[in-house]
Design a protein around this ligand. Structure first.
Ligand code: C5P
Length: 317
């Protein structure tokens, strides 16, 4: 008997190395400019086509509560490529989670991108990265990023992307507090101040003055590599950070502990609650990780990933 076609996909987390909010849009979203970086902390998805119709999701560990399966972004992503769920083949998704939810690490979005990439492969649908990104953007603002990953600047909702060259290679320590924050709530509490464009907005001329939405970014050749000035890295910040720290002042104490233990500059990623600091080398990261762990703070040492969701087609399960 032949084994059902199956594929394994690695689904990385991301950091927002910087995030600048430009304006609130008529559709309720915010136009922003962000610097995304994929990291080695990742989930793993095993996708298998089965004769029985429908989509079945198994989450590992099974004690993890990710909410109703039909709302899961991986399941919704599969639905986009399998519109008629009453007919075979069906799909089994085994999702091994390492990326905490509600942490600003993009885990759900990455799982959606991984499902799109893996399922397109299984169904032998030849979809370009651009087509996958457009499909992904229907599910969430960050999904498109995970199709290509690496280091990219995102504008609009974060779905209009250009890769950064040269791609950085670094280690970082990511703190994973046991705190679940709602992205919608964090954005909802944001008080927009009239400030000069930040270092990221200055890289996207026109973005500070005109709305870039619906795939429309006049001075932004999507997909074309963007060279960033070397002094950018030290000038990044996250406009959502004051809101996140206002909601959870206990995160301020962890940021302070990270800096006390030698982190040069520690920040919130996305809408939180995860915190991160870039370290000079792996050994420094190990030392910082050791100190945080001894204080009872859950953290991981991660590396910048050059790619995004990655298919391992030879692994049949
Ligand atoms: O796009 P996604 O579904 O991940 O966004 C979740 C929520 O975060 C949105 O409903 C919106 O309230 C907020 N958001 C925003 N502007 C963005 C991205 C997200 O206001 N660029």
């Amino acid at each position: 008997m032949s084994r059902p076609p199956a594929v394994r996909v690695t689904s990385p987390a991301k950091l927002n190395l910087g995030l600048e909010i430009l304006r609130r849009r008529a559709d309720g979203y915010h136009d922003l400019v962000t610097l995304f970086q994929a990291i080695s902390l990742s989930d793993r998805l095993d996708l298998a086509l089965e004769p029985q119709p429908g989509i079945r999701l198994q989450v590992i560990p099974s004690t993890l509560d990710l909410g109703p399966a039909e709302e899961n972004l991986a399941v919704r992503a599969a639905g986009l490529l399998m519109p008629d769920l009453s007919r075979p083949p069906g799909l089994r998704i085994r999702l091994r989670k390492q990326i905490p939810a509600g942490a600003g690490l993009g885990g759900g979005s990455s799982n959606a991108a991984a499902t799109l990439c893996g399922l397109a492969f299984l169904l032998e649908r030849s979809l370009s990265a651009e087509q996958l990104e457009n499909l992904g953007s229907r599910l969430g603002s960050d999904v498109a990023f995970f199709v290509r990953g690496g280091c990219q600047i995102g504008v609009g909702r974060g779905e209009l992307l250009r890769p950064v060259v040269p791609a950085p290679d670094f280690w970082a320590v990511v703190v994973l507090p046991d705190i679940h924050l709602s992205t919608r709530e964090v954005y909802g509490r944001l008080k927009l101040a009239l400030t000069d464009p930040g270092p990221l907005a200055s890289l996207a001329p026109g973005s500070s003055t005109r709305e870039w939405s619906g795939g429309h970014a006049p001075d932004w050749p999507l997909g074309r590599p963007l060279m960033v000035p070397p002094d950018l890295w030290g000038r990044l910040h996250n406009d959502l950070e004051p809101v996140v720290l206002g909601l959870r002042p206990d995160l301020r104490e962890i940021l302070a502990a990270m800096e006390r233990f030698g982190a040069r500059s520690a920040r919130v990623t996305g809408s939180g609650s995860a915190l991160f600091t870039v370290v000079e080398h792996r050994e420094q990261g190990r030392r910082l990780l050791g100190r945080l762990t001894r204080e009872g703070i859950r953290a991981r040492l991660v590396r910048a990933e050059p790619g995004g969701c990655r298919i391992e087609p030879d692994v049949a399960r």
